[in-house]
Design a protein around this ligand. Structure first.
Ligand code: PLP
Length: 454
């Protein structure tokens, strides 16, 4: 029955020649695609092409070819690769750390059955992710033990739940931070049932503020690195080295949430905390993300004293927050492999970047301007990383975003700025092609607009 309002299709209408769904699905190439992509996806593509033919956008004879072309281009998932031309190294909206080649290989090798929790020599069950744990301890010898969970937020929830329960988490008022998208760490901690015991003020907290708060109901003391902003001026915070003797004497664990994931000091980011220094200064436990400056997969990393890690590992919540085998594989490979892309982007030589940028500008046009890169929400708040960008007309920005590969730059003052800091040099040709294609589409649209105007 025709849909209400639509006219019946006349007998001689070309739309009657549109191939039927079952005929299209029976085509060998279409049937093969159903097996690899799934029946639902393929039926959706077939229906979409038939609809275009019904709207007379394509002739009925072209339906099969269009279906085959659509199936050929079809990625297995909807996430699209992006060339990050923002200069922001740890960009949460763009998936944070791009993985090293070693980590990508490790993931591919772990996708099938793998001995993630099994000892092949003895045939017995083994500790999950032993390789990743060993790599963490090798990279951070100041830690006695390590535990890996799903992400930094999960690590914080596990630590405060296991150490404080419904007791108090002592924390400075200067460290009650929101980390992004309205996500507040104090709310997260409170959601576990622990009670936040705020001490000090927004700009200044002293050792006595902490010691006065310690008592029988204290579960732990938490220092949080204010990773995405800086308090400057009349400020003071208590260094871990000063706090640790007091918490140790009181028998209360001292936690440091570092966020960024640096395991050792990074000379380019002197104000960024690192796990080795925090542990050597007396923290009992440090918390970090795997996909920020560490440059690995999404993971929550807990490093610290053995009895503390053991308490966390024993807690039932540890099972709910455990890391996936692919993340464990990628983390181990990141730690034991070559410098990951995040650190390469951070340490890039500005002069080499300028030469590369001007070589690309010669191919795609545009003006070179100084442009500071950023570490991103993952750390190094407000630290400018001096570099360069190519300024193109702003109207190219949406065309670049929707092209293949997608290119995301920064729109500022009427220009679309492309910063090469976070783009592997091997992608320069792809970037040039993407800009040429965007410019061609922009010119075609302008011509179309002019034609319509007349
Ligand atoms: C990023 C961050 C978190 C959260 O880590 P995720 O890995 O994003 O869950 C927690 N604390 C601090 C200080 C952070 O910077």
């Amino acid at each position: 029955m025709p849909a209400p309002g639509s006219r019946p299709v006349p007998v001689d209408d070309p739309r009657r020649r549109i191939p039927r769904t079952d005929h299209l699905l029976a085509e060998p190439a279409v049937a093969a695609a159903s097996r690899s992509l799934g029946d639902r996806v393929v039926r959706g593509i077939v229906r979409g092409v038939q609809d275009r033919a019904r709207r007379e956008e394509i002739p009925p004879e072209q339906v099969l070819d269009e279906v085959l072309a659509a199936l050929g281009d079809r990625p297995a998932a909807s996430l699209r690769p992006v060339l990050n031309a923002t200069g922001v190294i740890v960009h949460t909206n763009l998936g944070r750390a791009p993985l090293s080649g070693a980590a990508r290989t490790a993931i591919a090798e772990a996708t099938g059955y793998t001995d993630v929790e099994f000892d092949l020599a003895t045939g017995a069950r083994s500790r999950r992710g032993a390789g990743a744990r060993a790599a963490l301890l090798a990279a951070c010898p100041a830690a006695e033990d390590a535990l890996i969970v799903n992400n930094g937020a999960a690590a914080l929830v596990l630590a405060t739940t296991a150490l404080a329960g419904t007791g108090e988490v002592v924390i400075s008022r200067g460290e009650l931070i929101e980390i992004g998208a309205g996500f507040r760490l104090p709310d997260l901690i409170a959601s576990t049932g622990a009670v936040l015991r705020e001490v000090g003020t927004t700009n200044r907290t002293h050792l006595e503020d902490y010691t006065a708060a310690l008592g029988p109901t204290t579960g732990c003391v938490l220092r949080i690195h204010t990773s995405n902003y800086r308090v400057i001026g009349f400020t003071s915070a208590v260094p871990i080295a000063q706090l640790a003797p007091a918490t140790r004497e009181a028998g209360i664990p001292l936690l440091a949430d570092l966020g960024s994931g640096l395991l050792a000091p990074e000379p380019l980011l002197p104000d960024e905390p690192d796990a080795t220094t925090a542990l050597e200064s007396g923290a009992d436990l440090v918390i970090a993300s795997g996909d920020k400056l560490l440059g690995g997969p999404q993971a929550g990393i807990l490093l610290g004293r053995s009895p503390v890690i053991a308490r966390l590992a024993r807690h039932p919540l540890a099972r709910a927050l455990r890391a996936d085998k692919l993340a464990l594989a990628a983390l181990e490979a990141t730690l034991s492999g070559p410098t990951p892309p995040v650190l390469a982007s951070l340490r890039i030589d500005p002069e080499a970047l300028r030469e590369r940028t001007s070589a690309l500008a010669e191919r795609i046009g545009g003006e070179i301007i100084p442009h500071d890169g950023r570490v991103g929400g993952g750390g190094g708040a407000e630290v400018p990383l001096s570099g360069w960008a190519i300024a193109l007309p702003a109207e190219l920005a949406p065309l670049l975003r929707t092209g293949t590969p997608a290119v995301v730059g920064t729109v500022r003052d009427g220009s679309c700025l492309l910063d090469l800091r976070c783009i592997p040099e091997s992608e320069d040709d792809a970037l040039a092609a993407a800009v040429h294609s965007a410019a061609a589409r922009s010119a075609a649209a302008a011509e179309g607009g002019t034609a319509r105007d007349h």
